[in-house]
Ligand binder design. Structure first.
Ligand code: NAD
Length: 428
């Protein structure tokens, strides 16, 4: 965390309040949507490899399920806070609504650091989390997925525990499963690729050929790596990436003016998305301070690491050359920094739209799992492209018609759809 006082849930609520006023929502709808429907706090006892027992704290928060079963990731992070999880659950509701998939929003997490846990200890945390929450989750009410520092193996352990508890097969309980074990082809790529589908559309809107653009990316995990891969396929050039260094407990940026080589960088990156700085330096990458990614003279900035990264303290460092910011991470921009980006007229692809490829493909996985019939990768990615392109077009159209900032336009569409569903159900 950059700023001890930063509270993502307050930020999510202030974003919502602004849109609630724009949409003139009644008081009951506002009261319903600005807090979460349900919150579960759990304690998970785990017998550690050294024989001791440690208690891990976990959460599952269901923000709203008027549009369908709640859906959202599970994070493992040592700095996880309940308010981060609350904010993420709310953002999931808006994200599903903006891409028009019939799901609500939720998020969960466990306060733990997988860097310091054996595989067996991580398995016990996954199983313990499901044991505590199984009665409140399931394919018809709340479906988890991977997020920061969780992966397909964690999802499979969670699924196995759920199916063991209920004595039946429920492949639709969880998404992000390994391919061949109920996972969807294309899920690993989905968030990063989805982001670049929207970047491609935004560049069309700005009338700039992708091949004439350069980008700087924060993060080198799942989202960032796949975003870079597809962006390079449409001839964009990434000159800088930044990531967290677990050993030094700081972040670094890695710059190569003639373009980073994604395959080589992946070869010197750990499974948490941390690039080995000594090896990068040997390979001719300039190793710069963590924040350097934001100062680069590029056309596109892609924050794809964590929340609270573009703040009032560093927003002024964004180069005049930057024309587009595509948010891959959830909540990377604080409201005060957001106001400055808006004033500067930089085209913004807001997180709820930009990173919605993950949940869209998770929805496809849910559909395939429930049918027990799986599509090929081209079909999945083709459907993803259609959904992302169409969501981008709706948001962009509203933004142009009503002269709204893209984030506000996305909010108006998303909150409007959820509020209408709550009204139609007779809740408010
Ligand atoms: P990940 O754990 O695979 O990668 C995170 C990356 O961020 C790593 O490279 C890490 O080193 C880097 N990082 C962490 N702290 C940093 C810091 N202070 N400075 C620079 N780099 C830092 O996570 P991910 O799945 O790629 O998720 C990234 C973001 O995207 C998160 O905000 C997540 O909530 C969001 N997101 C992910 C998905 C998904 O499908 N994975 C979907 C939607 C949104």
């Amino acid at each position: 965390m950059k700023n001890e006082a930063f509270n993502p849930f307050e930020m999510a609520q202030s974003q919502f309040d602004k849109i609630a006023d724009t949409l003139e929502l009644n008081e009951a709808t506002k009261d319903l949507l600005r807090i979460n429907l349900r919150e579960y706090h759990v304690s998970i006892p785990v017998r550690m490899d050294d024989g001791s027992t440690k208690i891990f704290r976990g959460f599952r928060i269901q923000h709203n399920d008027a549009l369908g079963p709640a859906k959202g990731g599970v994070r493992f992070h040592p700095m996880e806070t309940i308010d981060t999880v609350r904010a993420l659950a709310m953002w999931m509701t808006w994200k599903c609504a903006v891409v028009d998939i019939p799901l609500g929003g939720s998020t969960g997490g466990v306060i733990c650091d997988p860097h310091n846990l054996s595989s067996h200890e991580q398995e016990l945390i996954c199983r313990g989390w499901v044991r505590q929450l199984a009665r409140n989750m399931g394919p018809l009410n709340d479906v988890p997925a991977p997020d920061v520092m969780t992966n397909s193996q964690h999802m499979l352990w969670m699924l196995d525990e759920y199916e063991t508890i209920y004595g039946k097969k429920y492949p639709g309980f969880i998404t992000g499963k390994p391919v061949g074990m109920g996972g969807s082809l294309g899920r690993t790529e989905a968030t990063g690729y989805g982001l670049i589908f929207t970047v491609r559309e935004a560049l069309k809107e700005l009338n700039i050929p992708p091949g004439d653009t350069t980008a700087s990316v924060q993060g080198f995990g799942n989202v960032a790596q796949h975003a870079i891969e597809l962006y390079q396929q449409i001839w964009g050039k990434v000159v800088c990436v930044s990531c967290w260094d677990q050993k030094d407990q700081v972040s670094y940026s890695f710059r190569k003016m003639d373009g980073v080589n994604i395959e080589i960088l992946k070869g010197i990156t750990d499974r948490f998305g941390g690039i080995d700085k000594d090896k990068a330096s040997e390979l001719g990458y300039e190793v710069l301070p963590g924040d350097a990614w934001i100062e680069q003279e590029v056309d596109i900035l892609i924050p794809a690491a964590m929340e609270n990264q573009i703040t009032k303290d560093n927003v002024g460092k964004i180069s005049k050359k930057v024309k587009l910011i595509a948010e891959g991470a959830n909540g990377p921009t604080t409201p005060d920094a957001d106001n400055i980006i808006k004033e500067r007229g930089i085209f913004l692809i807001p997180d709820m739209l930009g990173n919605a490829g993950g949940v869209t493909c998770s929805y496809f996985e849910q559909v395939q799992s429930n049918m027990n019939y799986f599509w090929d990768k081209d079909e999945v990615l083709g459907k993803l492209d259609l959904k992302m392109t169409s969501a981008f077009a709706s948001v962009n159209k509203l933004a142009k018609e009503k002269k709204l900032y893209m984030r506000d336009a996305a909010y108006v569409i998303a909150v409007g759809r959820v509020a209408q569903a709550c009204k139609d159900r007779g809740w408010v």
